[in-house]
Write a protein that binds this ligand. Structure first.
Ligand code: F3S
Length: 397
């Protein structure tokens, strides 16, 4: 790779041990993917933050990097294993909390903003069209590439940290125009509405692309989509199909930049949506846990939850997972009080997938197809998908 003199000096250790290690990671990646040079990144988002994923080996790596490493660009974290303030109320064990805090402290020492969220674009880590970034969370990567038109590969924990400590990433994959054109044309012939239904649509497309061995769908037939619907779609299509970029005619900013694919195409109709929705509802489910906010809830979603819960009481464990800055806006707006008076709980910094709650509940109801996937695969819950309204109805039965 061709390095600038500053990058070369980082590699030689003139900027310290952490910058050297980081540049070694990035140049190795660059060589594997035949990148010619590095690009500057506007911001970074780091995943693998939960102590359950990191373990002692991960913590050791972080502590080493934190010895003399300091971030050069705005960097935030993906959800951790617990709400850093509310962990006791959410039933998190004390030993886990201690270890999770050790990890967050190591990130903080490097100058990383310790807001733990999978929606960095809602809390100020928000690139604009065409900017290079290095993000790790799959749903956020898909949102950044597709909805914002920023450019990022899906980074692993160490490579994202390396980008944070150097401000660089190797120029390959989704950073390059030639890798951003649609491969499969998908025409939606029915109206799609709600975060749950956009999640179902993401599963259909993700599953189908998996079968075809393709990664970039070009979607037509969607008249409108809210930010919340798109974030749900991104989480789902990334989970079921490993999709990091899609184009949606009339909705996403790059749909007109590349020719429509012509070789492979298929339609999705109402029957397909209903069939796939039924796959996300387990038989004989006994729901004892309801969670909204996968990906992390926006202030719009929290306002809606507050209006639906106003004056009611929940009879099941009910989490609203969100970024702490969003929770603070909800506090100021009075939404948190309405929600907490109803007996629901905020779980900021974390979510129903990364928190260590495996086996703690029998059945979970969510409005997210991604949460269904991990609820089954990781936490061994039975799952049911529904609209936000249906989730709240279930919680208040
Ligand atoms: Fe975010 Fe957790 Fe869902 S990280 S996308 S809320 S699984």
């Amino acid at each position: 790779m061709k390095l600038t003199s500053e990058e070369q000096e980082m590699l030689e250790g003139k900027y310290g041990k952490a910058a050297k290690k980081s540049m070694e990671i990035l140049t190795t990646l660059g060589e594997i993917f035949h990148s010619d040079y590095m690009v500057d990144v506007y911001g970074v988002q780091i995943a693998g933050v939960s102590y359950a994923n990191l373990g002692e080996a991960g913590l050791e790596f972080l502590s080493e990097m934190a010895d003399d490493g300091k971030v050069r660009v705005l960097t935030t974290l993906n959800p951790a294993g617990m709400d850093r303030e509310n962990w006791k109320v959410l039933g998190i064990d004390e030993e886990f909390a201690k270890n999770q805090n050790r990890a967050i402290d190591a990130f903080a020492k490097m100058g990383i903003i310790t807001t733990c969220s999978c929606t960095p674009y809602l809390i100020g880590n928000a690139p604009h069209f065409g900017q290079h970034i290095a993000w790790a969370e799959s749903s956020a990567v898909c949102y950044a590439n597709s909805v914002i038109g920023a450019r990022t590969n899906r980074e692993g924990g160490p490579s994202a940290l390396a980008s944070a400590l150097t401000g660089k990433t190797p120029n390959y994959g989704y950073h390059l125009d030639q890798n951003r054109h649609g491969e499969v044309l998908i025409n939606i012939t029915t109206q799609v509405k709600g975060t749950d239904e956009f999640g179902v649509l993401g599963k259909i497309i993700g599953d189908k692309l998996g079968e075809l061995g393709k990664k970039i769908p070009y979607i037509t037939g969607i008249d409108s989509a809210t930010m919340e619907e798109l974030k749900s779609f991104c989480a789902s299509v990334a989970t079921y199909g490993g999709v990091a970029l899609f184009h949606m005619e009339g909705i996403t900013p790059e749909y007109n930049n590349y020719p429509k694919p012509t070789e492979i195409s298929f339609d999705i109709d109402r029957k397909d949506l209903e069939k796939t929705r039924s796959e996300l509802i387990d038989e004989d489910i006994e729901i004892d846990f309801v969670s909204i906010g996968c990906p992390h809830a926006s202030i719009h979603e929290i306002a809606k939850i507050a209006s639906l819960l106003d004056g009611k009481k929940v009879n099941k464990e009910f989490w609203i997972t969100t970024a702490r800055p969003t929770k603070k806006i909800a506090d100021e707006a009075g939404y948190s009080k309405i929600i907490e008076d109803a007996g629901a709980k905020f779980a900021a910094d974390t979510c129903c997938v990364v928190a260590p709650i495996k086996g703690r509940f029998k059945g979970i109801m969510v409005d997210s197809a991604k949460a269904c996937y991990y609820g089954r695969a990781k936490n061994q819950f039975k799952v049911k998908i529904g609209t936000i309204e249906e989730c709240i109805e279930e919680a208040t039965l």
